[in-house]
Design a protein around this ligand. Structure first.
Ligand SMILES: C[C@@]1(CC(=O)O)C2=NC(=C\c3[nH]c(c(CCC(=O)O)c3CC(=O)O)Cc3[nH]c(c(CC(=O)O)c3CCC(=O)O)/C=C3\N/C(=C\2)[C@@H](CCC(=O)O)[C@]3(C)CC(=O)O)/[C@H]1CCC(=O)O
Ligand SMILES: NC(=O)c1ccc[n+]([C@@H]2O[C@H](COP(=O)([O-])OP(=O)(O)OC[C@H]3O[C@@H](n4cnc5c(N)ncnc54)[C@H](O)[C@@H]3O)[C@@H](O)[C@H]2O)c1
Length: 223
């Protein structure tokens, strides 16, 4: 089994969450605040979910489900199914039904009995979004790894300046050079230039951007 990392815009997607306890609540609210249409199926719901349902943020379906029940009626039409009940046998059953219906499955109780894993994340650091997972091996280790990456990125002035300068450079180049085959080599050329890197290191955004544009102009004039 190979998991590849993706960042997904879930707005407008239909998400069905089985389980309305602490994990089901967290997932349902996160998907809902990212714009997904969320339905939670569970025998009991947290207070938070009831409040969210009253505010129209999630839909609640109260049902006691057993392995072997017809659960396809809940799953059909969903893009993503989240499995987070406290009944392990039921979770296995739900996972196998959802997988056989071709739906993306996030199994919060056993990562590899699903095909989407929920990573440890952080607020974007200067535009960089971090997500780390151990694919269920150890959440404790994955959380520590996330914290270390965040610490490292937050104190890295070079990277912060580089991101800001390169995004502006890219914007300018996209306006004047329509062919990406011409644009992209310029990004690499700039990122390897010693003077450019020194300016970035010094946090001189304006100077670094000027240098990048100079390099681009010189290359384009030569071509
Ligand atoms: C990121 C975060 C997202 C989220 O859940 O929202 C997340 N776990 C978080 C919290 C958390 N997890 C656990 C506790 C209880 C206390 C503790 O143990 O610390 C708490 C704390 C709490 O709940 O508050 C224990 C636990 N976690 C899993 C199992 C089942 C198992 O491992 O079999 C067990 C029981 C283990 C056992 O019984 O032994 C499984 C998963 N947890 C994952 C993600 C996925 C891959 C993780 C990886 O990279 O390996 C995966 C596979 C689920 C998935 O893919 O959906 C969230 C971060 C919040 C933050 O940012 O700090
Ligand atoms: N972050 C994570 O990914 C993480 C963290 C902790 C635990 N877990 C796993 O997730 C599972 C759920 O954890 P929790 O803390 O949310 O549990 P919880 O006890 O708070 O909630 C369980 C939910 O499942 C529902 N449920 C149980 N049996 C049901 C049935 N037969 N039909 C319908 N609904 C049923 C309950 O009504 C409740 O809403 C745990 O068993 C654990 O394996 C994952």
């Amino acid at each position: 089994m190979t998991f590849i990392p993706l960042f997904i815009d879930v707005s407008g997607l239909r998400v069905v969450v089985f389980g309305g306890g602490s994990v089901g609540t967290r997932r349902a609210l996160e998907f809902s605040s990212a714009g997904a249409k969320v339905t939670v199926v569970a025998s009991q719901f947290s207070h938070e979910l009831e409040v969210a349902a009253k505010a129209g943020q999630v839909e609640l379906v109260k049902a006691e489900v057993r392995p072997g029940d017809n659960v396809d009626r809940f799953i059909r039409g969903a893009h993503i199914v989240v499995i987070a009940t406290s009944d392990m046998e039921l979770n296995d059953y739900l996972a196998s039904r959802a997988l056989s219906l071709g739906v993306l499955v996030n199994n919060a109780t056993e990562a590899r009995r699903g095909n989407v894993v929920y990573p440890f994340t952080a607020e974007p650091i200067e535009g960089l979004k971090v997500a780390v997972t151990s694919l269920g091996l150890s959440g404790v280790a994955a959380r520590r790894a996330r914290d270390r990456i965040v610490e490292c990125l937050s104190s890295d002035r070079y990277l912060r300046t580089l991101l800001s300068v390169m995004s502006k450079f890219k914007e300018e180049l996209k306006e004047s050079v329509s062919d990406p085959k011409v644009r992209v080599p310029l990004y690499f050329k700039v990122s390897e230039d010693e003077v450019f890197n020194r300016l970035v290191e010094q946090g001189d955004e304006d100077g670094a951007l000027r240098r990048a544009l100079e390099i681009a102009r010189a290359s384009l004039n030569r071509a």
